[in-house]
Design a protein around this ligand. Structure first.
Ligand code: NAP
Length: 329
């Protein structure tokens, strides 16, 4: 299957790129990946995406973006890209279904994944009390006590969402000051279900077949203590999903794709947008903006390629007409 534009990833960056590429009549193909809609689709409420006065659910926002891109002719595929042959023209993308896709341009918008605590018990108890998605799993913790780790916007936003269900929310943060926006801090401090454990980290998630507690270390005193809990939601930042591009695209020291300010990577014809590039702003709106830029750049790149090919063909034709074939001399 050949496409002029293949977009890898379906978060706000990928879906906005799809919308713009589709409206440029490029009939883009979006490879949805593991997390259709991207991380925003797992977010409870988005209050800072312009145009939605009362806010909008993250899933609904992603769904709307997908429908809008589809309306202009975007195609979607539920598969994973496993390897890219960037030497070939067109590019060749291998997928986990065995199908090969070819593309004149690629827009990488694979986003980022929640950073793991990396402590004993976390992996074993994943989906047994350890969750990275409050929106998906909050309901299962009705009337229970849960822990959120982290002090950023995600920790408080998702933590506040959890207070709809849980009886108690304990925020464990490694400093005595939160990173989250003041408005979220105010809401958290005013919520009587929320309490904070400051200057502390989670050293171990406890439990045999489900979470029963966490071992907490106070970083100032060095003391450790056990805290009984039914759930652990780590919200300690993200890591970019760039494994596929190691050795192919230039990455920075934290694994983010390096672009030139116009979403162009070091490989001509491959563009990147959203959380896979941006470790500073990481907002749905900035990701969408970068997706728009990437699609416009891809459109211009394809137009240039087409122009160059047409010029070469007409040059060849002119040469054929003006220079007689060898046998005619
Ligand atoms: P973040 O802003 O990077 O915050 C990560 C938090 O985890 C920080 O408080 C950090 O502590 C802590 N942390 C990092 N590594 C840790 C570790 N190994 N152990 C314990 N704690 C650790 O990440 P985020 O909250 O996921 O937010 C990501 C981006 O999405 C941000 O730009 C945020 O503004 C955006 N976002 C926005 C909204 C919203 O606007 N409503 C909602 C969600 C996310 P320190 O503070 O000490 O560094």
């Amino acid at each position: 299957m050949h496409s002029k534009v293949v977009i890898i990833g379906s978060g706000p960056a990928g879906l906005t790129a799809a919308l713009y590429a589709a409206r440029a009549n490029l009939e883009p193909l979006v490879v949805r990946g593991l997390q259709p809609g991207g991380l925003i689709a797992t977010t409870s409420e988005v209050e800072n995406y312009p145009g939605f006065v009362e806010g909008i659910g993250g899933y609904e926002l992603a769904e709307n973006m997908e429908k809008q891109a589809a309306r202009f002719g975007t195609e979607f595929k539920d598969t994973l890209v496993t390897k890219i042959d960037a030497e070939a023209r067109p590019f060749v993308l291998h997928t986990d279904s065995g199908e090969q896709l070819t593309a004149d341009t690629i827009i990488v918008s694979t986003g980022a994944s929640p950073r793991k605590l990396g402590v004993p018990g976390e992996e074993k108890l994943a989906n047994r009390g350890v969750s990275y998605c409050a929106t998906c799993d909050g309901f299962f913790f009705r009337g229970k006590s849960v822990v959120v780790v982290g002090g950023g916007n995600s920790a408080l936003d998702e933590g506040l969402f959890l207070t709809r269900y849980v009886s108690e929310l304990v925020v464990i943060h490694r400093r005595d000051e939160l990173r989250a926006d003041p408005i979220l801090q105010e809401r958290a401090f005013a919520n009587e279900k929320v309490r904070f454990i400051w200057d502390s980290t989670v050293e171990e998630v406890l439990g045999d077949d489900k979470v029963t507690g966490v071992r907490v270390k106070n970083l100032k005193t060095g003391e450790t203590s056990l805290l009984a809990t039914d759930g652990v939601f780590p919200y300690i930042g993200h890591v970019p999903n760039t494994k596929l591009f190691a050795g192919l695209l230039t990455l920075d020291e934290n694994g983010y794709i390096v672009t030139d300010g116009r979403q162009r990577t070091n490989v001509e014809g491959i563009f990147a947008a959203g959380d896979v590039v941006d470790h500073v702003y990481r907002q749905a709106i900035t990701a969408a903006g970068e997706g728009c830029k990437a699609a416009m750049e891809a459109t211009w790149y394809l137009a240039e390629q087409e122009h160059a090919a047409t010029k070469k063909a007409s040059q060849a034709q002119t040469n054929e007409v003006t220079s007689p074939a060898l046998g005619q001399w």
